[in-house]
Write a protein that binds this ligand. Structure first.
Ligand code: NDP
Length: 292
């Protein structure tokens, strides 16, 4: 292996410590406590794990964590009513509706009912538009975490060729917008891309967000490139459950200059950015300067 490991776990711990410092100052100087409400509908096991992990880390940085766990057959009207109440609650600064929602609920409608100022996931159409036009917005947590790691590793990203594999609204597209905002030359690849390997080999920065275990292999990586693996795939290998990314770690690490591991890369940064966004939302709501 030649690649440097980008340690998302350690970086996320640093971000959380900074957030905790700001939260303590908000309490001391302004009597404020940022509050994050997480809404979970149904019993999807992965979502339950994410929600409990988010709740635990929210409390650890000194914020208020409010969890609403609703049954899988919750009606849209009931869910929208809850979001309306959270929008109006001055103690709540961030609202996150855990996705995916059960099929009978209209995810777009639900997300677009959240007050954009409290939309700490950055999925509301207003925030998507603000990000796309380079204006101040709430930035989706996973791509934000990736960008922070890239900036930390490289300093300035201007002029680098970035390839994002995946064009989802929650990862691929906002990731591409953020890289463009940092003046990278950005290509978005997807399932219809011709000769994906050749496209990937042109990347100084390669972000994999495909949802296919270990699909990006070493022969698709330019020597010395930085590889960010967003994928979280649960697979079974030799009779054991295992978590792997969208990148084949061993072969990619033999070629890349730097790489994020799974687990311990993008995942921890996502929750750290959620906490940072909640802090930002609280500061904006009270007209206070935003932490850098
Ligand atoms: P989606 O399924 O919404 O999107 C996957 C994208 O990958 C699509 O744009 C799809 O293309 C593209 N794709 C699928 N197969 C191929 C292929 N063979 N070649 C090229 N492109 C392909 O996934 P998400 O964006 O929601 O998530 C991506 C990954 O990131 C998943 O593993 C998910 O678990 C993980 N994730 C991790 C998070 C974290 O905190 N670390 C947070 C969110 C997601 P097309 O549009 O043409 O179908």
């Amino acid at each position: 292996m030649t690649a440097a490991i980008i340690d998302g776990k350690a970086f996320a711990a640093k971000v959380r410590a900074e957030v905790a410092g700001h939260v303590a100052r908000l309490k001391e100087e302004h009597g404020l406590q940022p509050g994050l409400a997480v809404v979970l509908v149904g019993e999807d096991p992965a979502s339950q794990v994410y929600v409990s992990s988010k709740g635990k880390q929210t409390v650890e940085v000194g914020m208020a964590s409010i969890e609403h766990k609703l049954p899988a057959d919750t009606s849209e009207a009931v869910l929208l009513d809850l979001i309306g109440k959270l929008n109006a609650d001055p103690k709540i600064h961030g609202i996150l509706v855990q996705l995916p929602l059960p099929a009978h609920l209209n995810s777009e409608l639900v997300i677009n009912t959240i007050d954009p100022a409290k939309d700490v996931d950055g999925f509301h159409i207003s925030n998507v538009g603000l990000l796309g036009t380079g204006q101040k917005s709430m930035v989706p947590c996973t791509p934000l975490g990736c960008l922070m790691m890239l900036r930390d590793h490289h300093g300035k990203l201007a002029g680098m060729n970035a390839v994002v594999v995946g064009r989802s609204n929650i990862v691929g597209k906002p990731m591409a917008q953020l890289l463009l905002g940092d003046s990278c030359t950005v290509t978005i690849a997807h399932s219809r891309t011709k000769d994906l390997a050749a496209v990937c080999r042109g990347a100084d920065i390669l972000v994999a967000a495909v949802g296919r275990p270990e699909m990006i292999t070493g022969d698709m990586v330019k020597p010395g490139a930085t590889v960010i693996d967003v994928g979280i795939n649960r697979i079974e290998r030799e009779g054991k459950a295992k978590l792997v990314g969208d990148v084949h770690f061993e072969s990619a690490a033999a070629v890349a200059g730097a790489i994020t591991p799974v687990p311990g890369g993008v995942g921890p940064m996502t929750i750290a950015c959620l906490l940072a966004n909640t802090l930002t939302a609280c500061c904006r709501a009270h007209g206070l300067p935003e932490p850098a």
